[in-house]
Design a protein around this ligand. Structure first.
Ligand code: SF4
Length: 282
């Protein structure tokens, strides 16, 4: 695996549910094609030239040394650190990334700082060691479908969905806090699926984040996309409220200017959406 060095690592993020974050890898082997916002930004700012370069990640080899310098100055300002917004901390096929992520989490925890993580990979069993890793950490997976064919097309090199869910459930069963990011959730003209089936698969988590798909022209080609996202948000909220699960609906997912004719009729409306989709596609 290629390596680079950086001068700084910890920074305050403007991302909606973030505080401080660390991106200790440049690029991401999962190669998502939703598209990946981190890839788009890296390309726009000239940090990488192509998709091929993006999916050959480079490790920031001096990450731990930088943390040793930054933590004494920053630790009183930090509520929590998120790994990561522009790469995946448990990238499939890159044990070097997993090992460095574990070392970083350990170091942050030993400084009294909580860590939240999000992955499309597999959580390692090391995290079950409560002597090395804080019980206050929150471990998340991204999950927008259960269809492995969809996964092959949109997140081709990430872990299989069932393995991803199983590794998260293992952490949950050990009493650790878990969450799921159902984002970027696709419209029915991209994949026809029932959100409630996905929710049932992850009903064990402590928190669910739901958000629409952005930067993909297929979303707007679906005429009822605003109503669809309002409907899905309602499904998520009701699902969570019935089960005492925390939830966060990301900005821009619920829109006021779409008629919300479907509210209160969730049991019947999924079929209605599928019929609309078929008409829209024709
Ligand atoms: S896992 Fe995240 S960072 Fe990696 S390619 Fe997919 S969306 Fe981008």
């Amino acid at each position: 695996m290629d390596r680079i060095t950086r001068k700084t690592l910890l920074y305050k993020t403007g991302v909606e549910y973030g505080d401080y974050t660390i991106n200790h890898v440049e690029g991401c082997a999962h190669g998502c094609k939703f598209p990946c916002y981190a890839y788009m930004l890296a390309k726009r700012f000239g940090r990488i030239k192509s998709y091929e370069e993006w999916i050959k990640p480079k490790l920031v080899s001096n990450s731990l040394e930088i943390l040793d310098k930054e933590l004494p100055k920053l630790k009183d300002k930090i509520n929590f650190v998120h790994l990561s917004f522009t790469t995946d901390p448990f990238m499939v096929g890159y044990p070097e990334v997993t090992n460095l992520s574990l070392e970083i989490i350990k170091k942050l925890n030993s400084n009294g700082i909580k860590v939240t993580t999000l992955t499309k990979g597999i959580y390692p069993d090391e995290l079950l060691d409560k002597n090395s890793y804080s019980e206050y950490n929150e471990y998340g997976i991204t999950l927008v479908s259960l269809d492995e064919n969809f996964k092959k097309e949109y997140e081709p090199y990430s872990s299989d969905y069932k393995d991803r869910i199983a590794s998260l459930k293992k952490l949950h069963n050990a009493g650790l806090k878990t969450w799921v990011s159902i984002e970027p959730y696709p419209t029915p003209n991209i994949i026809n699926q029932d959100l409630r089936v996905i929710l049932n698969e992850v009903a064990f988590v402590d928190k669910i984040v739901f958000g629409r798909l952005n930067y993909n022209k297929k979303v707007r080609e679906y005429l009822w996309y605003k109503e669809f996202y309002n409907y899905c948000s309602d499904v998520v909220i009701r699902f969570c409220e019935q089960r005492n699960i925390l939830y966060h609906i990301k900005d821009g997912t619920i829109t006021d200017d779409a008629p919300y004719i479907l509210k209160g009729y969730q049991n019947d409306t999924q079929d209605l959406f599928f019929k609309h989709t078929q008409r829209a596609v024709k």
